[in-house]
Design a protein around this ligand. Structure first.
Ligand code: PFF
Ligand code: NA
Length: 457
């Protein structure tokens, strides 16, 4: 374990941009709108806000506090708290490794779709085009039967960009990239949302999204969904925020930054809900069907429904498509950079490698696995399996174990509270320890139980 002088963020805004860049990702654009729609619409905002305030922001503060205090990547920081806790850090590193491998693939598809939006390559069959012509997905999983260069090339480009930014370091690479990415993302996305709002049927979509179903608030599953969205969306439980905060200067407003990052991420999420459902409302209206029949999320939303919408638009379809897919690419890249950084800095801290070496070796392995696995005819099957496993167990388990170990076994919450209070603008009171020590662990346990039950049903 070699201690080198640690890099630092150039400015407070630079750190914030990077933290927001990590949080704002595909989850905001293609996950939140449908989760909200499916879990009570307008009424979902209540559990969602409760989750943000009782778990999201408190956990962000905890991760910032750990990173800032120990100035090291997740495994080393935890080791400094208590030797065996290092294992939790490596579990998080493993999660980041896996996510990075497939997140890159989705960004590469989105990049291709920027171009396809102009050519409308999918014709009148976006579904057949995506799975058949473009991904050339095999009918059944199992075995590796071939490689698709049209998918591999943009994926290689994504990795070159990500590794180049990481190789430039925290200040010259990560910070500078995010200072360009985030404002650009906001501008492109805002234009897309405004365009969506002008479409016929937009209000139908917004009604479908926001009409509250208050009975949802009595449904435990809705609360689980709200906490799940907050965790995934704020990139909590992966060691990302520990890593990013390890590059903060001594003087840093931890609580203030957590509030800004948390609310910025949720604002973007709401904005995405508005844009996506305005567009879905248009799609439903054009097809003479109900929003219910077209509402969807994830791959189906981005690569099937949006292409449909783009082709159906009376004018400006290509512009709309370029704005949407460019937003996905930028939001995705800034998140991908943060998860690869977790792995890079963990290995750097452990082995004492220089930045360039670490990026080439660690990032190189991630990129290689990504490029070898995902452009095959079976790539999407692996992606589904990885994604399911990570979402259902990986993140929740890591967060739960972290809280039990640091909160109950080692009883370190008072120490982190004190540390945060020594530097932050907003002082943490007893409520912080209660949310992290009691409320959040119970909810996380409930989430684990809930997904296990669904698995066995
Ligand atoms: N927080 C990102 C989003 O909401 O899309 C997703 C994400 C980024 C998840 C980084 C996990 C991760 F490690
Ligand atoms: Na997010």
């Amino acid at each position: 374990m070699v201690q080198q002088t640690r890099e630092q963020w150039g400015t407070r805004a630079g750190f914030l941009m990077a933290a927001i860049g990590s949080a704002v990702g595909l989850g905001n654009i293609w996950r939140f709108p449908y989760i909200a729609y499916d879990n009570g619409g307008g009424a979902f905002l209540v559990p969602y806000l409760v989750a943000l305030l009782t778990a999201g922001i408190p956990l962000l503060i905890l991760e910032y506090s750990i990173g800032h205090r120990y100035r090291s990547s997740a495994p080393l920081a935890y080791r400094r708290i208590s030797r065996p806790a290092e294992a939790i850090g490596w579990w998080q590193v493993a999660i980041c490794f896996v996510i990075a491998v497939y997140y890159g693939a989705i960004i590469a598809w989105s990049a291709s779709y920027i171009w396809f939006s102009v050519t409308e390559a999918w014709g009148d069959d976006p579904n057949g085009f995506f799975f058949g012509e473009y991904l050339q997905m095999s009918e059944t999983p199992g075995g590796v039967t071939g490689y698709v260069p049209a998918v591999a090339l943009p994926l290689i480009a994504v990795w070159v960009v990500v590794l180049a930014i990481l190789a430039l370091g925290i200040r010259k690479g990560v910070e500078r990239a995010n200072r360009i990415f985030i404002p650009l993302l906001v501008v492109l996305f805002l234009i897309m949302v405004v365009q969506a709002l002008t479409l016929e049927g937009a209000t139908t979509g917004l009604d479908a999204l926001f009409t509250p179903d208050w009975s949802a608030m009595l449904d435990g599953g809705v609360w689980v969904a709200a906490y799940g969205q907050i965790f995934f969306s704020l990139s909590i439980g992966f060691g990302i925020m520990v890593t990013y905060a390890s590059y903060l200067k001594r003087k840093a407003d931890l609580t203030g930054s957590a509030m800004v990052a948390g609310f910025a991420n949720s604002s973007f999420e709401l904005l995405a809900g508005i844009g996506v459902f305005a567009a879905l409302g248009f799609m439903a209206t054009a097809a003479g069907s109900a929003v219910d029949e077209v509402a969807t999320s994830g791959i189906g939303l981005a690569f099937i429904a949006f292409p449909q919408i783009i082709s159906t638009l009376p004018f400006g379809g290509s512009v709309f498509g370029v704005l949407f897919f460019a937003s996905l690419v930028i939001a995705g890249l800034s998140s991908l950079i943060s998860i690869v950084e977790v792995v890079v800095s963990a290995v750097q801290d452990r082995v004492g490698l220089g930045r360039l070496q670490a990026v080439l070796m660690v990032g190189g392995v991630i990129a290689l696995v990504s490029v070898l696995v995902f452009p095959t005819h079976e790539g999407l099957y692996y992606l589904d399996v990885f994604d399911h496993f990570i979402n259902q167990y990986g993140i929740v388990l890591a967060a739960l174990v972290t809280l039990i170990v640091f909160g109950w076994v080692l009883r370190r919450l008072p120490l982190f509270q004190e540390h945060s209070n020594a530097v932050s603008s907003i002082r943490l009171g007893a409520w912080w320890k209660i949310t992290l020590g009691v409320v959040t662990p119970i909810l996380l346990g409930f989430m684990m139980w809930d997904s296990l039950r669904a698995e066995l049903a």
